[in-house]
Design a protein around this ligand. Sequence first.
Ligand code: IPE
Ligand code: IPE
Ligand code: MG
Length: 235
Amino acid sequence: MADRALPRHLGIIMDGNGRWAKKRGLPRSAGHAAGAKVFKTIVRYCSRIGLEYLTVYAFSTENWKRPHDEVMALMGLFKTYLRDALDNFLSENVKVRFLGDTSAFDPQLKDLIDEITRVSENRTGMVLNIALNYGGRAEIVRAVQLLATDVQKGQLLPENITESMISSHLYTAGQPDPDLIIRPSGENRISNFMLWQSAYAEYVVMDILWPDLTTEDLEHAFDLYAARSRRFGGI
Ligand code: IPE
Ligand code: IPE
Ligand code: MG
């Protein structure tokens, strides 16, 4: 285990809360509450084992389609957990960043997002990216708009646009691409998560619902990752 290659950057699509609740005859919001507890456990674990970057997909640009009650329950949980994060993750030396259009949230949630970002800015431990109102396509559109503005101002020629310029206009600017993306819940799809950054990410789908995921399951994914041969198009 000591010399096993850990991913530098792990992405998690936290999926399966609704099914977890349904199996128990509980409302979907109970599944989200259970999922939020697991989020806390996994973040702490990743920080303690020395992972450098963790990105968790918490709410997609498409999740607004859900019934109003469910969206409201999720917003309430985000507030509770972000308040908790202010007290706890900071003692873990975790630097929290948000990926996505957070301007869409209510003022209370926006304030919390701003406060956590500010307070944790100079932390030197794991970077925790929380993808909230995040969509990979929307992120690329935003990067293109930013570059188009530079072109319009005459500061950039279209033929000089490079891949690294696009990368540096994404929410993850300056961070390495994810090496491993795990998706609990068994769904074999990417659901608009880190489309640009995941070009060469290893993917592990787990037949476990997110609220049931344990640190042992995560270790299993790390073992699968360590056994993969990454070639990046080479041989
Ligand atoms: C993931 O669990 C949480 C969010 C998308 C916010 P789901 O709510 O998608 O759970 P399932 O997929 O319906 O089981
Ligand atoms: C992806 O899960 C989004 C998050 C986990 C936040 P979804 O449950 O929204 O994805 P689909 O609808 O199954 O593709
Ligand atoms: Mg789902």
